[in-house]
Design a protein around this ligand. Structure first.
Ligand code: ADP
Ligand code: MG
Length: 582
């Protein structure tokens, strides 16, 4: 192991010495300048905009708030390789850089003694965030908000000097002064998770849950691991072992493609397992409890969401012969029912490229899930527009490679179509496939209502319908994980459950804006094609692709979160590929 630089780690940052040898315009000492602004009108803070060289780091005052109540000013603090002083090994791979950046942002937040510096350190997931980036050369940039202090509408210059010239460098120093052991723990974890994802993909599994994982969370509002929970243990029949570079041999439950059914009594941990699989598309911080839970990156949580808008979605496999006579190959509604919203969500997820659907009975529409023998007797098929998922799920897996993990404790009809059945018993999974098979051998009198699922027809977004939102106002605003104000419209994303936090909501908004501006949504490309372009740009350019649009706290979403948000825009217009524009 080699150090980024030879010496010991002593950094002294103070935005004092302005070095005009670096092509920045010569500036007065930042601290003096702030003190000199004491008592001036608040708007004079704007004069600070620009780059300040500090000897150790470069401080860029990117955006200055216009009044004390406006959103915080935006700062970027860049440390070149040597002053950042990370060990070379810590930034050797993209996964390591991502993990170390999250660690540094968390350390920065912890070290920050004032509420006026606001860094987005995120939650339990390791995401690419704008708040901290580690470069291939070991450079580090922090991006954060600063609430510039005022007294009424006047500048508190001495307070500002303390904020930018003491609190900021102290927090950055403390963040970068990470102990080797702590950094190595995150780096090794990043390697192991990356290797685990590769091993899982190589074996053709859709998910893996390591033995010893702690899946339960503290509460609905505290995502940290529950203390005293029951550790996960795979049933022998589903156990696989993988070799990880640092942890070595790890045993766990491997979920094969196809239809996997999770059954069991209420409160036995079914939803907790499914929830772990939902968040397994993201890596977690070490010690989270779901450290070695990974799910196919394309996995989409599907749920019912009555009241949502649906635009031009081909839901005819699930919904046909509506009494209204509406064409369900181009299904559009301002106000979907539970069942049609869930049907649309399935079709949209497949359109966006999902290979694994995750469904929980707790949030599913019963009439889209099942229709049992008695109901088939009572209501003739030609009076029922809905075809339940149970009759399409096999074909989705067999013909299109779209697997499902389904939590269903309340109906046995899925035993007929499941490849494996897992019983959660006091948080411990058991393989009850054989018993379920023998039960399924006894006919219930139920008849299948469909024999094949056809891929939905691809849609093309009318780009005007998205860009029109921006006329006049250029606003993207995230309300936590609930909503996104996108130009002139509000998109309700409460049911897009895999959005992790407000920064991801913001990232989705900026990704959509980038997709408009850069022509990824161009009125000709299919939804999947536009998502391919977006994904490729996010992959190669990272947060820069979105920061170019606006300097903000953001986290990079998957294509699936972007698609799910787009699909919920109420003024979206589409046509189907090959059709005349409607
Ligand atoms: P189900 O979906 O089967 O009704 P849940 O997954 O909602 O059950 O879990 C019921 C309760 O048990 C929740 O409060 C959850 O936090 C808790 N729980 C789940 N898994 C575990 C576990 N492994 N150890 C301890 N508590 C757990
Ligand atoms: Mg449940």
């Amino acid at each position: 192991m080699t150090k980024g630089r030879g010496g010991q780690r002593h950094r002294k940052y103070s935005p004092r010495s302005i070095d005009d040898q670096r092509s920045y315009p010569p500036r007065h000492d930042l601290s003096n300048e702030l003190t000199a602004l004491e008592g001036a009108s608040y708007g004079r803070y704007k004069s600070l905009r620009g780059k300040w060289w500090t000897g150790e780091a470069e401080l860029d005052i990117v955006k200055v708030q216009s009044d004390p109540f406006a959103p915080p000013s935006r700062l970027e603090l860049r440390f070149a390789t040597e002053p950042a002083d990370l060990l070379d090994d810590w930034f050797a791979t993209p996964a390591r850089r991502r993990a170390v950046a999250v660690l540094l942002a968390k350390r920065f937040r912890r070290a920050c003694r004032t509420k006026d510096l606001r860094i987005d350190a995120g939650g339990q997931e390791i995401l690419q965030r704008s708040s901290c980036e580690v470069g291939e050369d070991g450079s580090v940039v922090f991006r954060l908000g600063a609430q510039m202090p005022g007294r009424g509408r006047r500048i508190d210059g001495r307070g500002a000097a303390r904020l930018l010239c003491t609190a900021l460098p102290d927090a950055a120093d403390a963040a970068l002064g990470v102990e080797d052991d702590e950094a190595w723990r995150w780096v090794r974890h990043a390697d192991d998770v990356e290797a685990l994802r590769e091993a899982v993909a190589e074996r053709g599994l859709v998910a893996f849950v390591a033995d010893g994982s702690m899946l339960a969370r503290r509460s609905g509002v505290d995502d940290r691991q529950m203390e005293g929970g029951v550790p996960f243990e795979s049933p022998e029949s589903l156990a696989v072992t993988v070799e990880l570079p640092h942890t070595g041999t790890v045993r766990g439950m491997g979920i094969e493609p196809g239809v996997s059914l999770v059954v069991g009594g209420g409160f036995h941990g079914k939803s907790t397992l499914l929830r772990a699989l939902e968040t397994g598309v993201w890596d977690h911080v070490p010690g989270d409890g779901r450290d070695l839970v990974v799910t196919d990156r394309s996995a989409a949580k599907i749920r019912a969401e009555d009241g949502r808008a649906v635009t031009g979605v081909d839901v005819h496999a699930f919904v046909d012969h509506l009494p209204s006579g509406d064409d369900t190959r181009h299904f559009t509604t301002e106000n979907a029912s539970g069942s049609t919203s869930q049907a649309a969500a399935i079709v949209e997820a497949i359109e966006a490229g999902s290979k694994l659907l995750l469904i929980d009975e707790d949030t599913a529409a019963t009439n889209l899930m099942i229709r049992d023998a008695r109901m088939q007797e009572l209501v003739a098929k030609d009076r029922e527009p809905l075809t339940p998922l149970v009759d399409l799920i096999r074909s989705m897996a067999d013909r299109h490679g779209v697997s499902t993990v389904l939590v269903m404790g309340g109906s046995g009809d899925y035993m007929d179509v499941a490849d494996r059945v897992l019983l959660m018993d006091a948080y411990r999974p058991q393989d009850v496939t054989a018993r379920a098979r023998s039960l399924a051998a006894e006919p219930t009198g139920r008849v299948a209502e469909a024999d094949a699922f056809d891929l939905p027809r691809p849609r093309v977004i009318d780009s005007d319908s998205v860009s029109a939102e921006f006329r006049g106002k250029q606003k993207i605003k995230a309300s936590g994980t609930d909503g996104l104000r996108f130009g002139g419209s509000d998109v309700d994303v409460r049911s897009v459950e895999q959005i992790t936090d407000a920064s991801m909501t913001a990232g989705i908004g900026l990704a959509l804006e980038a997709a408009m501006r850069r022509g990824w949504i161009d009125g000709k490309t299919t939804v999947a094609g536009a998502l391919d372009r977006l994904e490729a740009a996010l992959e190669s350019e990272g947060v820069g692709a979105l920061l170019d649009i606006r300097n903000a706290d953001l986290a990079i979403p998957r294509r699936h979160e972007v698609a799910a948000t787009l699909n919920r825009m109420r003024r979206l217009r589409v046509h189907q590929s090959g059709d005349m524009r409607a």
